[in-house]
Design a protein around this ligand. Sequence first.
Ligand code: GAP
Length: 454
Amino acid sequence: MTQVENKPAAYDTPFVPIEKIVALCKRRGFVYPNSEIYGGVSGIYDFGPLGVELRNNIRRYWWWSMVQMNDNVVGIEGAIITHPKVWEASGHVENFVDRLVDCKNCKRRFRIDQLPEENIIQNKCPVCGGELTEPRRFNLLMETYLGVVEGERMKTYLRGEACQNIYLDFDNVVKSTRMQIPFGICQIGKAFRNEVTPGNFLFRQREFEQWDLQFFVHPSEMQQWFDYWKEKRFEWYEGIINHKDRLHFREHGPDELAHYAKKAFDIEYQTILGWQEWEGIHWRGDWDLSRHSEYSGQDLSYTDQNTRERYIPWIVETSGGVDRTFLNLLLDAYEEEPDPTGKEPRTVLRLHPMLAPVKVAVLPLQKNKEELVTTARDIHKTLQRLMVSQYDDVSNIGRRYRRQDEIGTPYCVTVDFQTLDDGTVTVRERDRMTQVRININELPMYLLERVTWQ
Ligand code: GAP
């Protein structure tokens, strides 16, 4: 992937308050609260016109890196609803629980694993000091029902982790493709969790979108592939952020491992919320295929074509999400830059150009000069076939640049009087605000080289 070429040399900006991102997202059409006119639903969001472009770019880039660029990885798209036994076999019915306590005084609710240790020992609310209730267990799976006749309806679940489809389709993929171990299956899709303490905007939601690679290996090669994908995924995140020093690995302690993992590392990113998980790299071993073999009665073992050895493959999982990537990228990219002329600070989203929702804005210098407007519209029409382009002629050119900076548009093309004489336009770059003059014919290639991944 090409790196951002014009990044400012010093990149040491303070942590951005989440409220600034929430406000920007609402104001500019990235994210809206779900069902807002009815008071909203906690932990569920809708994505607006710019949000959907950013999400699509994030998804496409993940898919390109993981599926298209790896000969030993294929993709699937499984259904959100599955047979209920899937969730018994996966261990989620039994183990997918949060332990909670309530404060008897202020009525606030806390997950035990998020309480400071001293509050657990003293049984004290971290906010008001009140006494805490006995811990209670809550299962995070969201129930739903199939069928229409009361009494005959089958209870099942909206998937609590997207990866289960991959285990269910493992045997189909082996039989319908020529994939041989070691190989991987990828999927992006919605997951649902009845999070008891949703919050921090998109960070912890009840409906969110996960991406998974499940990489199937011979047990003897597990360590090598685990290390391989752990490094690969770290590099992937490093490549799309500005603050590379805010990314690190954290290994899970024995008491925090998920029920399916023997070993796990989180790739964490530091924001105003502290160091938080962005993606998990899990050593799932033979847990999943063994359990599904046992619960379904279908043998999901694999036969090596060369050695004829038959075994249950082990699995390396890399599991992250579109929503945390969306939020972290905005937190990473947002900057308020002082204006040297002393006017309002410039708000700029320094998103990687390939992920920016709008790639280019085409601006006639003046709205009341027909030739400028016609030329700018023609350029926009040419560019929009190749990338997301916006035409804008409302208000003065400085304001229009600011509007584009705030949504992260990497390039603005301005059509001025010189354009009418010599067929050149200015291309202004977002981060350094430098301008170059380019011939209109060269514009598509100039921009494509800078806004697409390769
Ligand atoms: N299949 C493994 C699994 O689901 P996880 O650590 O629970 O592992 C993987 O989730 C990723 O999914 C996380 O790293 C995070 O990016 C995303 N994720 C999990 N819960 C989320 C939530 N409530 N809201 C938004 N994203 C979430």
